[in-house]
Ligand binder design. Structure first.
Ligand SMILES: Nc1ncnc2c1ncn2[C@@H]1O[C@H](COP(=O)(O)OP(=O)(O)OP(=O)(O)O)[C@@H](O)[C@H]1O
Ligand SMILES: [Mg+2]
Length: 365
């Protein structure tokens, strides 16, 4: 039985449709991310799960219970907000211990739990200080520790790592993931950082403008994006899009063609494209799914090396197409040298090609 079920949920603020007809479920003990750009309705959804907002329409279930009208304090929900509120007059230890004292746990049990969670979140050196005497990122981790230590039935996170530097974010996302799976607490985690959602969650709900665009595993949303929004939002650098392709076929294979560019399409394309539009389509290819050749070859796209972006382990080659301003980003194979201005031929992996309808922006393959 799903632990949380959101059914046709809408939340309107006057004319603003903050969340519009969204349905998804979170299994018992699962870690789900709500992912999307600023203003897409993530916090609104989370606050409704917490009971702070009531749905304008639709139902929220925890287990079998309809909780639409259940106030926050009866929901056994822990929440880490975008703006964390710590008790200013208590030191960090007492801030974290607060929910355990409220539960009247034995003193040594409280001390053990607080120290353990503080060590994992790397704030164990700060336990004597007050919130005003630690940094914003440290305060954020104290708020996180306080929510985790309480071990509620459901944990709701709203961008809990937003104030940390990139390196600390990476450390913390692994710690939170580990703690969550150890405690087995059903969790919903709001973020606009696709890397955070991909690395932490077992399923990702991708939101755009108040709507749920796609709900699936990290592999689903990465390898089988439903539309151009998801394809562009997930992955860094994002998927490359090239517009204006026509599908042409002989009895053997289908190709996508634009001018003198011709690339082979995957086998399934023949069935999938039967009733689909065939002109003016958008070709999508991820940066790691293109092989660069230095000699002309069939099924390749010619271009000139525009700029190189070395990342240490990876090298991103930016290739500018001839006669257009389009730039394609490619993860180069290791050990190959490139020069700016060099002529290259890009070969997309046939079975990794995406094709989108330019009107609906939905995938066709
Ligand atoms: N109390 C409110 N009154 C009116 N409009 C609101 C209210 N709260 C949110 N909104 C609007 O609803 C939409 C969704 O807001 P929400 O806070 O859920 O976005 P978000 O996805 O959490 O964004 P962010 O990543 O910036 O935190 C926005 O357009 C916002 O302006
Ligand atoms: Mg928000």
């Amino acid at each position: 039985m799903p632990e949380i079920r959101v059914v046709n949920f809408c939340k309107y603020f006057g004319k603003v449709k903050a969340v519009d007809n969204v349905s998804f479920d979170v299994k018992d003990g699962e870690f789900v991310a709500l992912l999307g750009p600023s203003g897409c309705g993530k916090t609104t959804t989370l606050l409704t799960l917490a009971g702070i907002y009531k749905p304008t329409a639709g139902e929220i279930y925890f287990g079998d219970e309809l909780v639409n009208d259940v106030p926050p304090k009866y929901r056994s929900v822990g929440m880490v907000f975008q703006n964390y509120a710590l008790y200013p007059h208590m030191n960090i230890f007492e801030n974290i211990a607060f929910p355990l004292r409220a539960k009247k746990l034995p003193r040594d049990e409280i001390e053990k739990r607080v120290k353990e969670v503080a060590r994992k979140l790397m704030i164990d050196q700060l336990l004597d200080r007050r919130p005003s005497q630690i940094s914003g990122g440290q305060q954020q981790r104290v708020a996180l520790a306080r929510a985790l230590v309480k071990e509620p039935a459901i944990l709701l996170f709203d961008e809990p790592l937003s104030n940390l530097d990139a390196k600390l974010r990476m450390l913390m996302r692994a710690e939170i993931k580990h703690l969550q799976s150890e405690l087995g607490i059903t969790s919903v985690y709001v973020t606009h950082d696709q890397a955070e959602a991909m690395t932490m969650a077992s399923r990702i709900a991708v939101f755009s403008m108040g709507k749920l665009v796609q709900y699936g595993t990290p592999d689903d949303v990465y390898d089988r994006p439903k539309n151009m929004f998801v394809a562009a939002f997930i992955g860094n650098p994002p998927m490359n899009f090239l517009e204006g392709f026509t599908v042409v076929g002989d009895n053997q294979k289908l190709h996508a063609r634009r001018g003198n560019i011709r690339v082979e399409l995957p086998k399934e394309a023949r069935n999938r494209l039967e009733n689909a539009p065939r002109e003016n389509l958008v070709l999508g290819i991820r940066p790691e799914h293109i092989k660069i050749h230095f000699k002309e070859k069939e099924n390749t796209i010619p271009g000139l090396v525009y700029v190189l972006e070395p990342l240490g382990r990876d090298l991103i080659v930016n290739v500018k197409l001839e006669d257009t301003d389009e730039i394609v980003k490619i993860f180069a194979e290791p050990g190959v040298d490139f020069e700016e201005g060099q002529k290259v031929y890009m070969e997309p992996w046939v079975d990794k090609i995406h094709l989108f309808d330019p009107q609906t922006e939905e995938t066709l393959l």
